[in-house]
Design a binder for this molecule. Structure first.
Ligand code: SF4
Length: 404
């Protein structure tokens, strides 16, 4: 049992760097807790396709790896304790946790041990034993390894609710800065194409990816261009962004950590791409291709387009309304629905739609009248932003990914 606990310690810890499933924050309230500590054994939380929040057993099959990704704690020549589960061992541990109600689902990732094919087979075997021998009907997320074949991808998709292949970097040039052993076009993009081709054959299976942000001198524009291409070409469900954090005993150990605000701006932009009808050309990048860290991307768009605003709230289309700061998909739908029987005459009527008036009113006219700051769009962008922030709730801009 000690052996299994050691493996759990090593392989649960090793899995925490993958954010393709959202991870619960570690509690620091009690040092060395005897019970209730989930982080060492890798229990995290994620959302299933039907929106339920489930606790996941997030673990590596092995932290041995033949690749040399410069940011990775599992890279081949890093001097750390190594371990691996057999499929049977891992299933036994998972079922034990499941029966005790510690977890409801599995997120299984891995380093590459011996070969991609051999490791993929073992990953798939874990899920097949759970599904076919234990009749486990809960959530399973399987990592697809770089260079996986079509048959392995099909087998994984047949038993998983979600599969994911990490892009890590947006292009071959950027990946080459991080690894001498990972090949972008064949192992990453080629595998992504196979996933895109096969995942649609299976009901209720989606695929996601992750980028390490700031490790390869890539810009925000590079990352968003890559993610946008995956959405359009390979039916990617969602991209995750992980701000680079230097890891001890790796080639990037002395590099500076990427500020979390950069990760946050990428998530905001990604939401705009996927849910708000934004196009790549709508984002405001600086001369180096990066988003403004002080300005959320939707507000940056609106302030950068004084020619498009203010919009008439009684005639603007759903898609036009979505571009208004303070209006999200739900409030835009409610405005459009309400207009079928009603004409908006007063800002207070908009409150019922869920629109954030503090921001929206400077970008709308209501029954021919303007209720915002007439000079706002003529002001320098940062000054306008500060004004909106002072009027509004600072948390609306910083804590939430997208508020409207
Ligand atoms: S392939 Fe790269 S990122 Fe994945 S475990 Fe191995 S070294 Fe780490």
């Amino acid at each position: 049992m000690v052996d299994v606990l050691d493996k759990l310690q090593i392989l649960g810890e090793g899995a925490k760097y993958d954010v393709c499933a959202s991870t619960a924050a570690k509690s620091n309230k009690i040092i060395n807790p005897a019970i209730g500590s989930t982080s060492p054994s890798g229990i995290c939380h994620s959302f299933t396709p039907d929106g339920r929040c489930v606790s996941l057993f997030k673990v590596l099959l092995t932290n041995y790896c033949e690749k040399d990704c410069a940011y990775c704690p599992n890279r081949t020549d890093r001097d750390v304790p190594r371990s691996r589960f057999t499929a049977d061992e891992l299933v036994k541990v998972f079922m034990e946790f499941y029966r005790r109600n510690y977890v409801e689902g599995l997120f299984l990732s891995s380093g590459i041990f011996h070969s991609t094919a051999a490791t993929m087979d073992e990953i798939i075997k874990v899920a097949e034993i759970l599904r076919y021998q234990h009749k486990f009907g809960g959530y399973i997320h399987l990592k697809v390894l770089p260079g996986a074949g079509a048959a392995e991808i099909q087998a994984a998709a047949a038993v998983a609710d979600r599969i994911s292949l990490n892009m890590e970097a947006p292009s071959a040039l950027h990946l080459a800065r991080l690894s001498r052993t990972k090949e972008f076009n064949s192992e990453i993009l080629g595998t992504m194409a196979k996933i895109g081709a096969h995942v649609g054959q299976f009901n209720n299976v989606s695929h996601t990816t992750q980028y390490i942000v700031g490790a390869a001198e890539e810009s925000d524009q590079d990352i968003l261009t890559s993610a946008n291409s995956l959405y359009n070409r390979y039916s990617l469900k969602r991209a995750y962004f992980s701000a680079f954090q230097p890891v001890d005993k790796t080639p990037l150990a002395q590099e500076t950590a990427t500020p979390l605000i950069r990760e946050n701006r990428l998530y905001q932009s990604d939401f705009l791409l996927r849910l708000y009808g934004f196009h790549l050309g709508d984002f405001v990048f600086d001369s180096r291709g990066n988003l403004d860290s002080e300005l959320d991307p939707k507000l940056a768009y609106a302030l950068n387009h004084p020619d498009l605003f203010p919009l008439n709230v009684n005639t603007a289309s759903y898609h036009q309304l979505l571009k208004v700061p303070g209006i999200g998909p739900r409030s835009a739908s409610r405005i459009v629905a309400a207009r079928r029987s009603h004409r908006f005459n007063d800002p207070r009527e908009l409150k019922n739609t869920g629109a954030v008036l503090k921001r929206a009113l400077s970008f709308l006219t209501i029954n021919g009248q303007f209720f915002g700051d007439r000079k706002l769009l003529e002001k320098p962008r940062r000054q306008a932003y500060q004004q909106l922030t002072l009027w509004g709730d600072e948390r609306d801009f910083s804590a939430k990914l997208i508020t409207g």
